[in-house]
Write a protein that binds this ligand. Structure first.
Ligand SMILES: C[S@@+](CC[C@H](N)C(=O)[O-])C[C@H]1O[C@@H](n2cnc3c(N)ncnc32)[C@H](O)[C@@H]1O
Length: 445
């Protein structure tokens, strides 16, 4: 077994920087304990409805749906708003960066992706460098993390040993990812194909795009998920005595003119338990009276767990989240500001903090995998020798880029910025227990 020393890996990395990228992240939680007592929701922040076409289409569609089937769950609302094929928020535009609505860690500074890449190589080598292998990314956004990871693996001369698999629902973002990663790309029109797009990098590595994790070939895989789970729909549950009820979304008014004071939709509480509030199994001793539950997360984590056990591999989840202590984190972002989630659906990002306690519970349920973390992002990056990488970048950066590199790295690691709110969580097949006792997982100890 070949281990990789982190310092040694840095020496292979290019000294130059593409300088740190900019801007504000989705850090602010929207504490809103009064959400259920308000009949008509007043906006949290001033926001004017815009992008009339998207808004009208989705508002009309959601209204029609509610009028036809009755109030819908928050999860249904979130799924439609984010991924409706015609007008979902992610489906037809680039929403990241200064010009978009929010920025994510890989977009802030290249050090993030480089350290994730070093982690991948280090853990893969500890497992005996199984080849060929797959790198799978769930929800790759603009493809920046995949590109930075790929660059490092190429510098370490392992690019020929793996294929890249992007699990991306958005046709528009998949095109941006392909442009940034591939030398040549092809769209696959055969509906029975497990991938809808393929490509090749300039160095010949094959890249595939899939709609769902179930479509990714079964093989030893290193699965990365950065700000993917926070985009999955959540149900909002509310305790009423001994029973759990569900928060639903109803039409507020039939008036077609939505204003910041008169929203088209409002929250209500289900009169009786719903299928999800029935299904949800709170942990013994649950003290929260309201919580968010993502059945989609449970499903994907179960599938991932089963794959890691039977095909081998490693999972790394990076996201903002909590360990079962938060109740109301559902919120919207637009132009780097908090936004009212029920206002102008489809024009703002919707998100909810990831419940790592629930992920760990599902992953470890059948003893198939071992979980490590969640640990704070700042702690992970520093243990991965981020400070040393920063120093190296600074020595070769142009003077005009020094400050942006420093402040980008600080934003990622500072506990008052992204260092504490964002977490790292990893999963390994349980059969590796003794091995991992001997060779602890980098960045987590
Ligand atoms: C918040 S963005 C994160 C992007 C990227 N990982 C980053 O950190 O910059 C969420 C990503 O997940 C994708 N996505 C959202 N829901 C999805 C789903 N159900 N299946 C596949 N991809 C999805 C979005 O299109 C987008 O690429």
């Amino acid at each position: 077994m070949k281990k990789i020393s982190l310092k040694c890996a840095f020496n292979v990395l290019a000294a130059n920087s593409s300088f740190c990228r900019n801007y504000s992240y989705k850090a602010v939680r929207r504490p809103d304990s009064t959400i259920l007592s308000r009949k008509l929701t007043a906006p949290q922040v001033e926001a004017k409805p815009d992008e009339p076409q998207v808004q009208n289409d989705l508002t009309k569609h959601l209204k029609a749906k509610i009028l036809a089937v009755g109030p819908i769950t928050v999860a249904d609302y979130m799924r439609e708003v984010l991924t409706n094929p015609l007008s979902g928020y992610y489906m037809h535009r680039d929403v990241f960066g200064r010009e978009g609505d929010f920025i994510t860690s890989p977009e802030i500074c290249q050090i993030f992706g480089e350290l994730v890449a070093i982690w991948v190589v280090s853990e893969w080598r500890k497992l005996g460098s199984p080849t060929p292998f797959q790198i799978v990314e769930l929800g790759p956004g603009r493809g920046t993390l995949a590109r930075d990871v790929f660059k490092v693996l190429t510098q370490l001369k392992i690019a020929g040993q793996f294929s890249l698999h992007m699990v991306e629902i958005s046709p528009h973002l998949s095109k941006i990812q392909a442009q940034r990663l591939c030398f040549s790309t092809e769209t696959v029109t055969d509906d029975s194909s497990p991938h809808y797009q393929t490509g090749k990098t300039a160095t010949g590595t094959r890249v595939y795009w899939h709609k769902r994790l179930e479509d990714v070939p079964r093989a030893f895989s290193i699965v990365l998920a950065h700000e993917f789970f926070d985009a999955l729909p959540v149900h909002k549950l509310q305790r009423d005595g001994e029973v759990w009820k569900e928060v639903l979304i109803d039409v507020n008014s039939n008036d077609s003119t939505e204003t910041a004071d008169q929203l088209a939709f409002r929250y209500i509480i289900s009169k009786a338990p719903t299928p999800i509030s029935h299904l949800y199994q709170p942990i013994i001793g649950e003290t929260r009276d309201c919580l968010e539950y993502s059945i989609d997360t449970d499903r994907i984590v179960s599938m991932l767990t089963e794959r890691l056990e039977s095909d081998g591999g490693i999972g790394l989840i990076m996201d903002y989240g909590h360990f079962g202590e938060k109740g109301d984190t559902f919120r919207a972002f637009k132009k780097h500001q908090l936004h009212e989630p029920l206002l102008a659906p489809g024009t703002a990002d919707l998100t909810a903090d990831v419940d790592f306690r629930q992920i760990k519970r599902i992953a470890e349920e059948h003893g198939k995998v071992l979980c490590f973390g969640p640990v704070d992002q700042g702690s992970f990056l520093k243990k991965m020798e981020g400070d040393a990488r920063l120093e190296k970048l600074l020595t070769s950066a142009l003077p005009e880029n020094l400050e942006v590199i420093r402040s980008g790295y600080k934003m990622l690691t500072d506990p008052t910025q992204m260092g504490k709110r964002f977490k790292f969580f990893s999963m390994f097949p349980a059969v590796l227990r003794d091995h991992l006792d001997k060779f602890p997982v980098s960045g987590f100890h």
